[in-house]
Design a protein around this ligand. Structure first.
Ligand code: SF4
Ligand code: MG
Length: 274
């Protein structure tokens, strides 16, 4: 059985020291090992951004796709080879700006893949511009007097789009993050895991200290029920999206591949195309 070190391809990440993405990478390696996946059964697809380097840092099948398009590629891989565990990775700029249409449709389609979004509220790779997750008043080169756009309420959006698995993690809590990724991978359907992953170089507002001060775990909320969409929606609005943990899971809904005629037969191979 593969251990987490078996998913390390010995390529040294070139992220800035302290970037939250290191913790996400370690958590993903731990999670896939913990659930018994072998490197040859895992495909990691990424978009563009600092998080886009993810597919190059895992010992597994990797596909570094284009901006906002990791989900179409990931879904195509899963449809072509049902035996692969498919994980798509990206950032808030990648998935909630140019890629938001794909995100919404992947959520409602409910194909069995896991989408990990490193949400640092900024564009990091391009050196610090306001993203769709930046808070009102956030100052960058593209909003020098402060952002006047309402940030995307990504969890409320996912719940409204019919998500069957929604979680939020934090780069400072590797154990919880690892557990959430494990649950997401084991969920039969589309799983969205939004991760507060600080950009230590360009975002001097939403820092580790800021997130540690703001985030609340759903386990500490009395009466929270991750099986209730209404409770998840009510709390995510009440806490301005700043909740961590398993926010919502619906185990009863059939996944896309459960409903797709013929998907349970053998996967397409090049010999079928002759
Ligand atoms: Fe991480 Fe920000 Fe550096 Fe990119 S620019 S590697 S997001 S700290
Ligand atoms: Mg970002």
């Amino acid at each position: 059985m593969a251990g987490q070190q078996d998913f390390d391809n010995n390529v040294k990440p070139n992220w800035c020291p302290g970037c939250g993405d290191y913790a996400v990478l370690n958590s993903l390696r731990r999670a896939v090992a913990n659930v018994g996946i072998e490197p040859h059964n895992l495909a990691v697809v990424s978009g563009i951004g600092c998080s886009g380097r993810f597919s190059g840092y895992m010992y597994a099948y990797g596909f570094h796709s284009i901006h906002g398009r990791s989900l179409p590629v990931a879904q195509g891989i899963k449809l072509a080879n049902r035996d692969l565990t498919v994980v798509a990775c990206g950032g808030d700029g990648d998935g909630y700006a140019i890629g938001i249409g794909h995100t919404i449709h992947a959520i409602r389609r409910n194909l069995d893949i896991t989408y990990i979004v490193m949400d640092n509220h900024i564009y990091g790779l391009t050196k610090g511009q306001t993203s769709p997750r930046s808070d009102l008043g956030f100052k960058t080169k593209t909003s020098p007097t402060g952002s006047i756009e309402t940030p995307v309420s990504v969890i409320a959006m996912a719940l409204a789009a019919g998500a069957t698995f929604v979680a939020q993690g934090y780069s400072r809590d590797l154990d919880e993050l690892t557990a959430l990724i494990e649950q997401g991978i084991q969920h039969n359907g589309f799983s969205l895991i939004n991760i507060f992953s600080p950009c230590v170089t360009f975002n001097k507002v939403n820092t580790y200290e800021w997130f540690s001060d703001q985030l609340i775990g759903v386990k500490s909320i009395e009466g929270y029920d991750s099986g209730s969409r209404a409770i998840a929606m009510e709390n995510i609005i009440a806490h301005d999206g700043l909740l961590t943990g398993l926010l919502y899971q619906d185990k009863s809904k059939a996944s896309y591949q459960d409903l797709l005629h013929g998907y349970d037969k053998k996967p397409l191979s090049h010999t079928d195309l002759k």
